[in-house]
Write a protein that binds this ligand. Sequence first.
Ligand SMILES: Cc1cc2nc3c(=O)[nH]c(=O)nc-3n(C[C@H](O)[C@H](O)[C@H](O)COP(=O)(O)OP(=O)(O)OC[C@H]3O[C@@H](n4cnc5c(N)ncnc54)[C@H](O)[C@@H]3O)c2cc1C
Length: 500
Amino acid sequence: MNILVVGAGVGGATAAALLAKAGHRVTLLEAHVYPGGCAGTFFHQGYRFDAGATLAGGFHPGGPHDVVGHTLGIRWKTHPAEPAWRVHLPDRTITRFGHEANWHAELERTFAAAPDRDAILRFFFRSERISDAVWNFAARRPTWPPSSVADLFRTAATLRPDTLLTLPLLTQTMGAWARSSGVRDRAALTFLDAQLLISAQTTADNASALFGAAAADLPRKGVNHIEGGIGTISRQLIDALVAHGGEVHYRQEVTRFETRNGRIIAAHTNKGARFECDAVVANFTPWDLARLLGKDAPPALTRQTQRMRDQWGAFTLYLGVQDDDENGAEDSSVEHHQVVADYTQPLGETNSIFLSFSMRGDAARAPAGHRALTISTHTRTAEWWALRDKPGAKQEYDDRVAHYAETMLTHAERAVPGLRSHIRLQLEGTPVTFRFYTRRHRGGVGGFPFTSIFTARGPATGLHNAWLVGDSIFPGQSTAGVTMGALRVVDEIGRRHFKM
Ligand SMILES: Cc1cc2nc3c(=O)[nH]c(=O)nc-3n(C[C@H](O)[C@H](O)[C@H](O)COP(=O)(O)OP(=O)(O)OC[C@H]3O[C@@H](n4cnc5c(N)ncnc54)[C@H](O)[C@@H]3O)c2cc1C
């Protein structure tokens, strides 16, 4: 089958390489000049900065990247990050060790004085058991959410006795579960919110308990630095695609799909090219797919895009920093930090930031004696676009950028004292920047908040021969998440192939 994959984010690149390995003729079109999208790494004045994602999970045995690596013969360039990161709350720090005994000791130390100490520990330990059950379930590749009765049966076949553990939590949120377990401590609840915001795109009161338990437990499952930056994942996938006979074309932005009888038959690009196909895998948000289909968008897809709330955006700082231990520029044992500045304010919009240094000694990332640092915060996209589109508001837009950058640097200095004096290069990214470089609708990133497994979006598009991959479909954001989604789509195309 002649398959067009549009977009070389991790979801698109994974699907493309696996489909080529399965024997299909695969053409991958990417608008940008390199792959990776939100998990890409870009070069600027001697530094290689991770554009968005900085840490990757899912390489543990049976994890999604591990499965893909085995299938494609890729030896991933991973280095375990241990500890995974350090969380700086307004009045204490918590180090997220991956090693279970160290992590449990850290939890006990952190909450030793809390009146609800026992409830806190019981809750976190129990959520690890739930996480294990969810990760085991995911490793058996359930077809969730189902788009047919056959999918339901396939999902049912992946249930095991340990899945029963998860049943009481099917419709619960993480917040309700924590409170009904007796957790009251402000630091514990803020810590939980902060973990979920970065792993499930929403805080505890809106996060599905099952998904939240698995997402917040990523450090214990193992997270990794990627040699050369996170973009190495997509580059290795593209190498595998080409090795299996596939093609990749950069600087080819699909501007329109051509349809006939409810099927996509070709894609047109900004370079005036037309690529014919039997099937399409689109590494986009649903809004972008609807836009490229225009009047041929299935009514259900159009209705869905009108109902959906915008995804979060990101404000990012890319800093080239001198790596100078003597001046205390950083605590060299921890390369990733999360800072929450104020207990009384909502998270995001600079009140919670995430910092990631390139690995010390990774010569591909920075000149000798320097490191590349990415700092990000969640931000709503609307205000950025309103300012961008308001006539005469360029100064207002720039002031907002400067304000976000300054506030984030102030908070970052809590984790890395003296950081400002070590900065040699500074770039900023807003949702407008993300829109430009990833083509994502309004520069929204990270997929949809994971509020319930019953409202999760699957890969179906309403077109018989087109599927979505990427963080807009279940199980959502992260390189591991979009890899699971891609595995599902590849399985589905494999089954469909026999019927086409
Ligand atoms: C600030 C930030 C921090 C993050 N931190 C982490 C982290 O530490 N760990 C983690 O695992 N995840 C993290 N994530 C999430 C993770 O990066 C994403 O969920 C994941 O990379 C999304 O992959 P995707 O497959 O959806 O593709 P995308 O990243 O959305 O890439 C889509 C690709 O398609 C291309 N494209 C789009 N439209 C077209 C078109 N019309 N024609 C041709 N090409 C097109 C784009 O150029 C792009 O290359 C972070 C994200 C952000 C923004």
